[in-house]
Ligand binder design. Sequence first.
Ligand SMILES: [Zn+2]
Length: 157
Amino acid sequence: MAAPDLDDRGVIITCAACGQKNRLAYERMADPVRCGRCKQMLGLPGEPIEIRDSAAFDRLVARSPLPVVVDYWAPWCGPCRMVAPELQRVAARRAGRVVVAKVNTDELADLGQRFNIRSIPTLAIFAGGREVSRVVGVRPAAEIETLIDQATDTVQR
Ligand SMILES: [Zn+2]
């Protein structure tokens, strides 16, 4: 499945059955919807989402009812390539329950500066519109999932 895109209102997902593009509003990302054309059930795909501008990042983290795991990375960073498949695994296993977002700190230097990202890869977990957890360095998928659980427990309490 193609990686989903973002617009100002939500995530654009392509229906696997008919190819129709559908928008899943940020506020409703946790709820499955039906394809507007063929009525197939659609949900947030189990794929990392590439963030293309800081406005999209802000909308996503502010409105998402799901925890958002942000991967700050850059193409020249070797360890980032090691953490990428781990995040793919997290996104696939937690499809519809967690959003994995990738921020290329070369292209989105303003976000790297705003969040004071000093080394990459850095993983940050956002819940309820704010950053609740951050780790630096390569982590296996299972450890990332534990961090998500811990971070979201903190928010719910
Ligand atoms: Zn369809």
